[in-house]
Design a protein around this ligand. Structure first.
Ligand code: URA
Length: 239
């Protein structure tokens, strides 16, 4: 791992702390490296092994952040938007690092699991057309699901505009107008368009899993938490 400057390291790990802020903290003797007060913000350190503390608080280096958000309705999956609140704006200040973006989009009225990260490589792999990382959705419909819908999804449904979908799973529930759908691709408004092709309408849509990672039931709408290391591993190794 190449060495990096102490001020760059601190700014990358502590959102809201600027280079001039680090300089000030160094001047006041409030930063230590490996237990020794460090007064030079230019000091080069190995981010993985150096023990850096700011105001006595140790910083654990994270190259990337992986954040699970339970997206509420009315919020857009974008980094910036002139009109609506974005998923990035829901992040608490301590997680608002530079470079974070939503890896994949849900419609404004769709709720549930959005992965927010600054790991471009992972996002690219998850979102590329050749990636078939399954995404699981809970769906409530306007009308009961028609007979044969499961077979139609499994065979690869054709949308009203002629687009052919990859095979998908439709799992019925106790209620005739509710189901779970697993997609292996992510076309625009895909689930809504799939049910339109079956003469039905989606009235509620929630993403409940990405790959093998389930949305945490303890997260309220708008709630976030960092992924655990086994969850990150499950996503980074998913095809
Ligand atoms: N399918 C949709 O129709 N909308 C979403 O937000 C996600 C999947």
């Amino acid at each position: 791992m190449p060495l990096i400057r102490l001020d760059r390291f601190i700014c990358s790990q502590l959102p809201g702390v600027s280079r001039s802020g680090v300089k000030e903290l160094c001047k006041k003797g409030q930063i230590s490296v490996n237990g020794e007060t460090e007064r030079s913000p230019e000091r080069k350190i190995d981010p993985y092994t150096a023990e850096v503390a700011v105001l006595g608080r140790r910083i654990t280096y994270k190259e990337h952040l992986y954040i699970m958000l339970n997206k509420p309705a009315g919020v857009v999956c974008a980094t910036r938007d002139g009109l609506s609140q974005t998923v990035i704006e829901l992040l608490p200040p301590e997680l608002r690092r530079q470079g974070l973006f939503p890896a994949g989009r849900l419609d404004k009225d769709t709720v549930g699991f959005v992965l927010i990260t600054d790991d471009g490589e992972l996002a690219h792999r998850m979102l590329s057309p050749r990636s078939h990382v399954p995404k699981t959705y809970f769906v409530r419909l306007e009308k009961p699901i028609c007979p044969g819908a499961g077979e139609a999804f499994a065979a690869g449904l054709t949308l009203l505009d002629g687009t052919k979908c990859l095979p998908a799973e439709l799992i019925c529930s106790q209620k005739p107008d509710e189901c779970t759908v697993v997609l292996h691709e992510g076309m625009f408004h895909q689930i809504k368009r799939m049910f339109e092709a079956l003469d039905n309408n989606v009235i509620f849509l929630k993403r409940i899993a990405i790959g093998g990672v389930k949305l945490d039931n303890n997260l309220p709408y708008g709630g976030v938490r960092e992924l655990k290391s086994d969850e990150v591993k499950a996503l980074t190794s998913a095809e």
